[in-house]
Ligand binder design. Structure first.
Ligand code: FPP
Length: 277
C-alpha cells in the first residue's frame, strides 16, 4: 500500500519546504523532555513517555511524506538504565506496546525498521518483537527508521574498536588500512549515511552521548518544545532552519548570488509563517 499523502494546509507546508531547498537525507533526533512535559501537567512521568509515542508517530509519518530517507530516534540511552527500576520497566512495556501497535501501519507505509545499540540488554520479549518487526519490514523501500535503544556513542565506538582489534589480530585489517571510512564501517550505523540534521527537543544544548562519530558535520537545531509537544510543524521549522543555513554556505548576505538570496528570503518567510501556527 502506498504512503498516505499529506492533505490540506499540511500538504501546502510540505510543498513549500520541498520547494524551498534540500530536504535532509538523514535526520537524527534526541527526544527529550517527556518527564518535564508530564510534571508540568501534574501527571506521572510515564504519561509524558506515552504522549511521546504520539509525537513519534506524527514525526515518522511527516518524514516519510517529505521524502526524508533516514530518521534515527534516540529512544533509550545506555545511561537510561540507571533510572528508577519502575520507570525503566514501564518504558520497556511502552516500547513493546508501541512496536505491536505500530508495526502493521509502518509496514504498509513501506518503512524499513532498524535498531542500533546493545539490543541484547533489552528484555527478551522486547528483543523478540523488535527483531520480528525488523524482519517483517526488511524489504521495504521507504523511510528507514532507526531506533537507538540501549545506545550511546561511546558504547558504539568502544564496541567498534574491540571488533577492529580482533580483525587486526587475525590479519583481516592492517594498520595502514585504517581510514575514517573504515572506522565508520565498524560502527552500528554501518551502511547508513551520516545525519545531515540533528534535532534536540526541550531546549537543552547537549549531544548526550548520541551518534558522536556520525554527527561530525550535522547541522544542530534545538527546539524549545518538550518531546510530547513536538509535532510536524516543529519538524518543518527545524528543516526550514536547516535550509536557511544550507543556503548561506557560511557566507554573509552580500556574497550570496541572487538565486540563493531569493531562496533564503523564501525560507525566512516560510519560517515566519510556521512560527505563527
Ligand atoms: C526523554 O525524556 C525520553 C526518553 C528517555 C524516552 C523516549 C521514549 C519514547 C518517546 C517512547 C517510546 C519510543 C518509541 C520509539 C516508540 P526524559 O524522560 O529524559 O524527560 P526529562 O528530561 O524531562 O526528564
Amino acid at each position: 500500500m502506498p504512503l498516505e499523502k499529506a492533505t490540506g494546509h499540511d500538504k501546502k507546508l510540505q510543498d513549500r519546504l520541498i520547494e524551498g531547498g534540500e530536504i535532509p537525507r538523514h535526520i537524527a533526533i534526541i527526544m527529550d523532555g517527556n518527564g518535564r512535559w508530564a510534571k508540568r501537567r501534574g501527571m506521572p512521568r510515564i504519561a509524558g513517555h506515552k504522549e511521546g509515542v504520539n509525537s513519534v508517530r506524527d514525526i515518522v509519518e511527516a518524514c516519510a511524506q517529505l521524502g526524508v530517507k533516514y530518521l534515527t530516534l534516540y529512544a533509550f540511552s545506555t545511561e537510561n538504565w540507571n533510572r528508577p527500576q519502575e520507570e525503566v520497566s514501564l518504558l520497556m512495556r511502552l516500547l513493546l506496546k508501541a512496536l505491536r501497535d505500530e508495526r502493521d501501519r509502518l509496514h504498509q507505509n513501506e518503512v524499513q525498521l532498524k535498531a542500533i545499540g546493545d539490543i541484547a540488554k533489552l528484555p527478551q520479549d522486547v528483543q523478540d518483537e523488535l527483531l520480528d518487526a525488523i524482519k517483517m519490514m526488511e524489504k521495504n523501500s521507504g523511510l528507514t527508521l532507526v531506533l537507538a535503544l540501549s545506545y550511546s556513542g561511546r558504547w558504539d565506538i568502544t564496541n567498534g574498536v574491540r571488533r577492529m582489534v580482533d580483525d587486526i589480530k587475525s590479519g583481516v585489517v592492517r594498520k595502514e588500512d585504517i581510514t575514517e571510512q573504515l572506522i565508520g564501517n565498524y560502527l552500528s550505523t554501518r551502511g547508513l549515511p551520516d545525519p545531515d540534521l540533528l534535532i534536540r527537543t526541550s531546549g537543552e544544548l547537549r549531544i548526550s552521548n548520541f551518534l558522536l562519530w556520525q554527527v561530525a558535520y550535522a547541522e544542530l537545531v534545538i527546539s524549545d518544545e518538550y518531546w510530547p509537544a513536538f509535532r510536524r510543524k516543529n519538524l518543518y521549522a527545524a528543516i526550514g532552519e536547516f535550509q536557511k543555513r544550507e543556503r548561506r554556505f557560511g557566507l554573509v548576505s552580500e556574497q550570496l548570488s541572487k538565486t540563493n538570496l531569493g531562496r533564503l528570503e523564501y525560507v525566512e518567510r516560510f519560517l515566519k509563517s510556521v512560527a505563527k501556527l
